[in-house]
Design a protein around this ligand. Sequence first.
Ligand SMILES: Cc1cc2nc3c(=O)[nH]c(=O)nc-3n(C[C@H](O)[C@H](O)[C@H](O)COP(=O)(O)OP(=O)(O)OC[C@H]3O[C@@H](n4cnc5c(N)ncnc54)[C@H](O)[C@@H]3O)c2cc1C
Length: 425
Amino acid sequence: MSIKETDTLVVGAGQAGIAMSEHLGRAGIPHMVLERSRIAERWRSERWDSLVANGPAWHDRFPNMAFERTGPNGFPPKEEVADYLAAYARMIGAPITCGVEVEEVRRLEGRKGFAVRTSDGMIEAQHVVAATGPFQVAEVPDMIPARAGLDQIHSSAYRNPGALRDGAVLVIGAGSSGAQIAEELSGAGRRVFLSVGPHDRPPRAYRGRDFCWWLGVLGKWDMAAPAPGTEHVTIAVSGANGGRTVDFRRFANEGMTLLGRTEGCEAGVLRIADDLRANLDRGDANHLSLLDAADTYAARHGLDLPEEPQARARQPEPDCVTHPIRALDLAAEGITTVIWAVGFGVDYGWIKLDIFDERGRPLHHRGVSPERGIYYLGLPWQSRRGSSFIWGVWHDAKYIAEQIAIDRKYMEYHESAAAPSGRRA
Ligand SMILES: Cc1cc2nc3c(=O)[nH]c(=O)nc-3n(C[C@H](O)[C@H](O)[C@H](O)COP(=O)(O)OP(=O)(O)OC[C@H]3O[C@@H](n4cnc5c(N)ncnc54)[C@H](O)[C@@H]3O)c2cc1C
């Protein structure tokens, strides 16, 4: 059986794999990219139908190409994001092979590099970059026992309101996915319950600038690590319907029922934490802190931006907040679908090396693993807050390409020093 060889094997052709290929190409590093499905597959088949990018088109993109169909201030639909990434891969001539899965990576015995088993044969590579995504495995907690008449799906399996069985819907998790799905279902006339945990809730726009711009100028996309104790705090933003600030009190005043965190389930009755008001207050505090920081920035830099005092207005307190529900009987409320929007896990089981923590998460520093030659790209907080997003991954890819180039330099020296002509006295 023939064994292919490459210097660097990139696994996955989402935005991370494409950005990686661009920087490897610029550095003159021979490489190949293997994608088990299609380029940007997750944008095509693991997102709901109406999803648009969370950031405006001028922001959520690579530096060297603009979106064609959506103007700079619009929010590209998910199919356009996928088309954009495929076009970008063509533009840079990325050596991507689709339909090939990487099944196993092992260290080569007695020499440098890795033996890679794929669905299309063996490859030997000096470096492997796992660009298999920040959000790989849908997490559905084993909390609500299965029963007839109740569907439980993950947010990545939600498509549209019409695809759900008739009845009320409980959405658990109020980050961007949960908030957007709940709002869409409520707007479609469904009775919706939304379980809200701790969250950040930036304004969609303030004083004429999108929050992506504010986070950029305030240095918040570049934050190197989550604030202590906030690692799991989700961010609730939406580009849907032209982009509106996520305001859970508005959701409730328009008909949705808000709940605190879902804690457990006994005999078809959900136990709900008494934390709804605290979670909303925390989201408000985050919202207001960004407005304050923006005002300070505008004043300090003499920016002539329109005042927007109404951004600080607070919706009336809905009844579900003043009288929080602590127990929710699913059948009595007519709930026929539970949508878990609580995030994703990772699966690096195909990397047969002892370089993961007890939860299977990669050990790394800025994407460089403890095993020389293995790298990651696109991880949440890989180097900064923006790392898992389209624009952020491009900058991390540059760093990983530099690390691979450094490793190659050491090996070039070793080889030249070992050669007769390069041998030193
Ligand atoms: C609902 C949702 C909305 C989002 N919206 C935005 C947004 O608006 N803006 C933004 O910047 N970010 C957004 N993100 C975050 C991020 O941009 C996406 O998660 C994006 O898909 C990550 O790209 P990636 O290339 O790192 O990983 P992925 O897109 O997950 O790509 C990984 C690829 O690897 C392939 N793969 C996996 N395992 C193997 C294997 N063993 N062999 C071969 N191939 C393999 C997969 O098929 C996949 O194509 C969103 C995320 C979600 C979940």
